[in-house]
Design a protein. Structure first.
Lengths: 113, 454, 454, 454, 113, 113
């Protein structure tokens, strides 16, 4: 099992969700995040004074999947999030040791989906 | 001896009068003029404050990422509107009539001589009218929220206060052809609210819906999606401010505090608003299973808009009925524009101001009662339900439709011209990221964690 | 010749009078009536605006997940209250008295003939009274916040404006038995505030505390937990709006702008509010080591409630003292209800309106001074501290206690009936998830990240 | 017979007079006094409401972590100011003059006898003056926001309302030396706004900038960093409230509703505000490439401050020009204080109130026109642009500079004393964590996720 | 060492905290999250129009523990969070390579508790 | 590759960012979090009633780095965040299996920086 973490542009969340649904990945967790990457902050100012917006708003996805779902998940994320512009985001993959469904106590591959 | 007596009596009386009546040079008539001026000014201040109400309602009913933009639109349509109405609008509305169609003098407050009572009256009257003009202008920003280019909006502001609104005002209030036909629109259900509502409708049509508002179903059918407002308490505050300001709007429209029918008008205004809130709530409750707060708030406004034309000529009971109908109407109209016509009006401005404004105008023809109208100095008129026949109703309908036609055509042309020249809509990316950052380079709620993907 | 002379003089005088005094048909008495009407209406508008203040205070002092619900409660108790008071409440309060206990005619504004000055006066007076009735009603929503079923609350609204409030109003203001005894409650410390406060107390008792408000210690002792309000700036705005509206509430209660003691009343009102804010802040500072903002805001309201009964009959110095005591009292009362009695009143409504309302009523019996009372047209009365003896104090105490008894009993019965029939409290799950989603199907702050576990 | 006739005539006339004029004992002069009192009180209420406006503007333009603190400062400077001005300030401002420098009696409202018309007038006048004094006091909190120790701020509040403000008030409005020279500051561009602005400037200097506001560049040059406000919609609401309140501030300064130049004043006030908003927006647009909302809002305030002195003596056209200049000036001044002088004024109070207040005072000397001044009862004065020569301008300049000198010196001394004794600034850690938690032990937006690192 | 990530219902946070305390686990980190799982969104609407609430509010817990605390932690979370209804949440377990206490520089098992 | 998670005091974010920049680590993701650790909550109260502030506001950093950047990153975080007082925070290190740049599809060490 793998835990996939992806940082994407906020406005791409809906597109990514659509692609994940198409790939039959229905479970995920989403949080707000701020990110520093290659993308330069847009020019923001307040009362004529520049604001160093080097922390840009991002959406963080966390998706736990079985091994055979790793590739489809990654592809779906890329398909939904890629524009070709700096700031598109990044995907990180971690090993997931165990997964437990709280309601039933099921574990492992059973629990993940 | 007698002569002396008489003279003494006369002198005594004169002395008496002098001492008691003319202290501070006040006379009864100067006092009543002062009462009227004070009343009209205070009413104008209350109507001004409605700008804050509109700003809060519109900001609260839209998304956080566009809140600065809405605020700026409201600030600027009032500011530009004030100067435009001073320079040109007022003259077109109240200047010497050309064929009953528009006024032609009194620009730049030229009739406002500060050294005469009449001149000062003109000046106070201008303020009262200016805040009305700005109300009509600002209604539109709600219907066009969250996607309009700021510079395009500034252009629109000027046109409506210089041309579209004053011409209607001239027809109905400035001695124009509709006023000659006997149309009664006491405080402006048509003049102010419908004008704003229909202009907003044209704006919303020309702009098109917000990204994500209507999505295509599998069956190729469009489905309406909710885009919830970000700050309902703020919107509610806005509604309370509007209701408060309406006590200037309607009773103030006597432009006279010595006309005691201000009492009736304040009461009909309040009852209609209350009734509108209640009926909208129950209508929403029945239709959507939950008493939706935003609809109930809209209902209060619907009641207020509906009573604006008839407030001085109907009984409290009629006011309650008018308010109840207004509240139902606004829910149905919101549904109709959204789910049937797929016109995206983020705050329901078209339904509240356009539809209920038209209904209120017709309500005069139905519910007017002579004893109220006469007390307010509007003559011996009765509506259909009170034995006056259909004549008044006909005039009201003619007025409402003429204004619909005038505003639709001129506003449509205006928005199309703006679209071709300055541009009326921001790009998809700007809309997604929000107008605050894209148009104004700032955020409304710096530091707050907000889900910005919607 | 003389005759000619005399006649000439008389004619001249008449002409003179005609020209100067009756321009626009105004007379001195029509002017003073206009001043009174304008004043009373403007005051009523200000009192109406207090609804916005209550809505903001209550929303701000509770949690984000219940903000729409609070807003809806405030909107609806005013709306339902307006119609209920129009239909029935006003008649029960000011109609022909039955045994000094309740009024019995004047329903549906039937005395409001728009064609006479008196009728118009009645209509304006109705509005002024209606916004007072709604104030009493809305106070209750604060004490019952965050756990009350919405439909149960709607039922409550109607009952208080139809029955509980108007009966008290009749006793004290409508010519009932307490007014005959000489009780002075100038602007309604008891009539409005205590009624709201005690009804809220009963509501809070019948409802029980919010989930998580009192937890059992290991030692089996209940411990009070803080449930912080979600928007203090909004609550502060509400307090400023209330303070502003109170300038209509108290000075407006002369119902006459030609009664110049409106000046004194405005000043005592302001000084008491300022003093209340200061003393509450220092009391909180001493007790809790920090100058708590919510307590200071409550302190200003406490000062205002306390001065409401005596505002017209006390000196500015006494007003300062009354305000200072009110501010201390409210902090102690909040602690008492919360930490000793374990009655959960989220916004402190019982302490502010019930306790300080009662204190203000008694303060009349202590601080009244004849020279202020006479200026306001309230006769030659002095309180205990100014040589008037304990008689007035006794009457005030009798009034305060009778009202406490009446409201407690009727409100308790009402809430118990609602509990058994419609239901008064939402389920634990609904309360945890928030009333906005459960009762109204919407969120107050869509898009904002809010910790919803509290 | 003739005698009978005459007597009859006289009696008839008297009866007539009695019935019509003295119903309710009203006389023309009592009516006009009532109109004046009602007007002045309502204006005072509006000015009071500006406190809410200041609180919202200042809270909105600063960070969420300091919002409770700002609210408390505004609540407390008004409350303490009210009591201080009642006890001492009013006497120093309007008491019997000592050498044209300060007043010396009338403390504790001792001239306010409630049994005479004059005494009641004094009482109403006190309220009107008290809300002005509190306005001057509250301006300062904006410039000192986000880093001032709360107890130090309380001390400051008392000093400004007891000493610094009343002395200036005495000079210009209380019969002091500047009023004798003929200085015209109709509603207080200098008396109220500059006093607040310059005191704020001293406070900001003594405090130093907020942590992180100016950082050292590699080249050793200081760079200004933006610290964005957390709630622009709330700030916008504040500006609308201030604008609304200004209709009490300026037109109310006639202290008379029978002086019909209140109409002109209301109009000049509105036009200048509108012009200020527009010119500030365009200035910001040109300089920063984006129409900054906070600057546009400041622009409206700048126009209002600038028109405050000349509102009664200039034409609408001049008002527009004054507003336009004010709007440009405020943007340049904000830049100047921030980027050149590196004085940290979080909400721009010094630029809005100090700089534009001074400009408005000078504008009297430039734009005054006799026909407006005379209508307002200010005599036959003309400014430089209207043929009056430079004399008036000289007096205005002298006044503005004298006040600058007085306020700078006394405020500087005061702040330095507070710094040495009570302490004026919180520690770095307290500032970073926020004054709400550190000074008041609470949060403004409990439950909301806010990035608190800024 | 393991890093335990749990998604639970917001209203269950206090109960879970109680259970963790009882199991002598005092350290944890909490964030707001939005989740898609088996649970269907409750019916939310705005002005009569449905809102697709397929992202439900969740609380995300992150708890780093030594191996012998893994089981007690999981049990405590389940005990506090389980209602038996869909939406109860899920637990993920990752291997934790290292843990460092910033204040002291301690590492590993020392640092975690 | 490693994924470094750090919890720090909110007011230390700027200092940590400076130190990371000095160590030439420019990419990171930041989220708001609430934490329970050794640090006792400051005394907060509302209307005279105590609030149990045992969840303190923290900033959560997530930084994905190549192996040779692990030590510099940790040092930079410690340098920026340490005050020596309780509440300074904690660093967790996880193995990162894969990293993908959405824009280009690059993976592994290439993608991370
Ligand atoms: N090494 C990293 N560690 C943690 N977060 C990262 C890292 N690299 C990128 N991110 C996250 O991904 C978001 C998108 O980065 P982006 O600028 O698109 O990177 P790039 O284009 O260089 O891949 C960043 O804002 C940040 O939140
Ligand atoms: N595979 C997954 N990946 C990421 N998050 C998940 C996953 N499954 C569940 N979650 C999170 O756990 C929450 C609870 O899920 P729930 O609906 O209770 O799932 P189930 O009952 O299917 O286990 C979800 O809202 C989501 O935040
Ligand atoms: N074992 C843990 N699991 C998850 N988060 C932790 C753990 N220990 C500490 N934290 C996080 O780090 C933050 C700082 O903890 P701190 O009180 O400085 O811990 P200590 O000083 O004991 O290392 C905590 O508020 C919490 O968010």
């Amino acid at each position: 099992m793998k835990l996939i973490i992806a940082y994407i542009q906020p406005e791409k969340l809906n597109d990514v969700k659509q692609e994940l649904y198409k790939a039959e990945i229905y479970k995920m967790s989403v949080t707000n995040a701020m990110g520093c990457g290659q993308q330069k902050g847009y020019h923001e100012s307040y009362r004529g004074v520049d604001i160093e917006v080097n922390l840009l708003k991002k959406i963080r996805l966390e998706i736990a999947v079985n091994e055979d779902f790793v590739a489809p998940t990654i592809n779906a994320i890329i398909k939904g999030a890629r524009t070709g512009e700096i700031g598109d985001g990044k995907i990180f993959i971690l090993d997931l040791v165990e997964c437990i469904r709280i309601r039933t106590g099921e574990t492992g591959n059973e629990a993940i989906g | 001896m007698r002569r002396v007596l008489i003279t003494t009596a006369a002198v005594l009386i004169l002395v008496f009068l002098t001492t008691n009546l003319f202290a501070d040079d006040a006379t009864t008539s100067s006092n009543s003029r002062a009462i009227d001026t004070v009343w009209m000014l205070l009413a104008a201040f209350l109507v001004f404050f409605m700008q804050a109400g509109f700003a809060m309602v519109e900001a609260g009913f839209t998304r956080a990422k566009n809140a600065c933009n809405i605020i700026m639109k409201n600030l600027m349509d009032f500011s530009i509107g004030s100067l435009a109405y001073w320079a040109l609008g007022f003259g077109i509305m109240f200047g010497a009539s050309k064929a009953g169609l528009f006024g032609s003098d009194g620009f730049f407050l030229s009739a406002g001589d500060p050294s005469t009572g009449d001149g000062l009256w003109q000046i106070a009257f201008w303020l009262f009218q200016a805040v009305f003009a700005a109300t009509a202008a600002t209604i539109v920003s709600g219907a066009m929220a969250e996607r309009t280019k700021f510079s395009g909006y500034l252009a629109y502001s000027a046109v409506i206060t210089i041309l579209i609104y004053p011409v209607v005002g001239h027809w109905i209030w400035g001695g124009g052809w509709l006023s000659k036909l006997g149309m009664i629109d006491f405080a402006g259900s048509t003049v102010v609210h419908s004008v704003g509502g229909w202009a907003g409708l044209m704006g919303a049509i020309v702009l098109g819906p917000r990204v994500g508002k209507y999505i295509d179903n599998n069956g190729g059918k469009k489905i309406s999606k909710a885009i919830p407002g970000h700050n309902i308490p703020l919107a509610a505050l806005g509604v309370f401010i509007l209701w408060f300001g309406w006590f200037g709007f309607n009773p103030g429209s006597t432009t006279s505090g010595t006309n005691l029918s201000i009492a009736t008008i304040a009461v009909t205004t309040n009852l209609a608003a209350a009734a509108g809130a209640i009926s909208a709530m129950f209508t929403a409750w029945i239709r959507y299973k939950k008493p939706d707060a935003s609809m109930s708030l809209n209902g209060a406004l619907a009641g207020l808009v509906a009573i604006t034309a008839p407030c001085a000529v109907v009984s409290p009971l009629s006011a309650v009925i008018i308010g109840l109908i207004g509240g139902i109407l606004v829910v149905l109209a919101v549904d109709f524009f959204d789910k049937i016509l797929h016109i995206d009006d983020p705050v329901g401005a078209v339904s509240v101001h356009g539809v209920c404004g038209m209904f209120g105008t017709l309500a005069v023809g139905l519910f007017a009662e002579s004893r109220y109208a006469q007390a307010a100095g509007l003559g011996d008129v009765n509506g259909l339900f009170f034995g006056g026949g259909a004549k008044l109703l006909g005039v009201q309908a003619l007025g409402a439709i003429s204004v619909l036609a005038w505003v639709s055509v001129t506003a449509l042309i205006m928005f199309l011209i703006i679209k071709k020249t300055i541009g009326l809509r921001v790009s998809r990316e700007e809309e997604l990221r929000g107008l605050d950052i894209e148009e104004h380079g700032m955020e409304a709620y710096s530091g707050f964690q907000i889900f910005t993907n919607q």
